[in-house]
Design a protein around this ligand. Structure first.
Ligand SMILES: Nc1ncnc2c1ncn2[C@@H]1O[C@H](COP(=O)(O)OP(=O)(O)O)[C@@H](O)[C@H]1O
Ligand SMILES: CC(=O)N[C@@H](CCC(=O)OP(=O)(O)O)C(=O)O
Length: 254
């Protein structure tokens, strides 16, 4: 199974330990690949260095200077998360062409998002080799382009691409229990959400901000062969097993 671990599900050291325990418990039953982001850590490093960055359509417009900071921040976090999880090997998408990508272009075909990219190829053989020797791959969301330059990939997209390539299910851990029809009304949590309703939700604006790349990545993973894709809260005990069996979170369906 693929676990996408984002910035909001690692807000505190305590929460990080809870998630690490969940991942360790899950892999006693099935192989796990972790793909992580780290938006808040990136944000802190950029502001400490006075490097400006803005979000457009939920994506960080990434100058070459910002790219440098993004990669540095995520690489350090990658080592910390790998240590939290244990029996893990931390890798960036740039290592061994694990995540190969291309620049994201706007509607006019221009790279107005800067170094933001999307994944075109995943080195699934490497992930399978690591799993085969009992290591949990922990993958940071910086991909490499054909020129060997880094690309800043939204971590939900990166995780969705890995799930599609391995044809395994994926759980996106975040700070909410799933997708709400009227966020944050707790009674409006949706248990199953189809592609058509996802499009409607984005158009009508009740799926917004950071939830947009998550639902898009879930649909992309399903279309590439992942058997299930669920969005769930990293704060709920036992969440990974419950999300995998459909008892927790919002399951996205084609
Ligand atoms: N319909 C919705 N249901 C739930 N959360 C939503 C919805 N629309 C927008 N959101 C926002 O999406 C956030 C999760 O995305 P994001 O902050 O990018 O998480 P992460 O860092 O875990 O990837 C929630 O905290 C919430 O503020
Ligand atoms: C292009 C883009 O937006 N990249 C993200 C990568 C990290 C990420 O996605 O982290 P979360 O999972 O914590 O949101 C960024 O720079 O913040």
């Amino acid at each position: 199974m693929i676990v996408k671990y984002g910035g909001n599900a690692m807000k505190s050291l305590e929460l990080r330990r809870v998630v690490a325990r969940e991942i360790a418990a899950l892999r006693a039953h099935l192989p796990v690949v972790v793909v992580h982001g780290g938006g808040p850590v990136i944000e802190a490093e950029l502001s400490a260095r006075g490097v400006p960055s803005e979000f457009r359509q939920g994506l960080r417009v990434t100058s070459p200077e910002a790219m440098h900071v993004v990669e540095m921040a995520l690489a350090k976090l990658n080592k910390e998360l790998s240590a939290d999880i244990g029996q893990a090997l931390g890798l960036m998408g740039r290592d061994a062409a694990l995540l190969v990508g291309e620049l994201l272009l706007d509607g006019a075909g221009l790279a107005t998002f800067g170094r933001v990219g999307r994944v075109t190829e995943v080195n699934a053989a490497l992930l399978r080799t690591l799993l085969g020797v009992g290591l949990t791959p922990v993958v940071g969301c910086v991909a490499v382009d054909v020129q060997g330059e880094p690309l800043n990939v939204n971590a939900d997209w990166a995780a969705g691409a890995v799930a599609g390539a391995l044809e395994e299910g994926i759980v996106f851990l975040t700070d909410v229990d799933g997708v709400y029809r009227a966020y944050p009304d707790p009674d409006s949590l949706v248990h199953m959400l189809g592609a058509q309703e996802v499009r409607l939700g984005i158009d009508e604006g009740w799926i917004a901000g950071g939830m947009i790349p998550k639902v898009q990545a879930a649909l992309e993973a399903l279309s590439r062969g992942a058997p299930f894709a669920t969005i769930a809260s990293g704060m709920a005990p036992g969440v990974l097993t419950r999300a995998a069996t459909g008892e927790a979170g919002t399951r996205i369906v084609p």
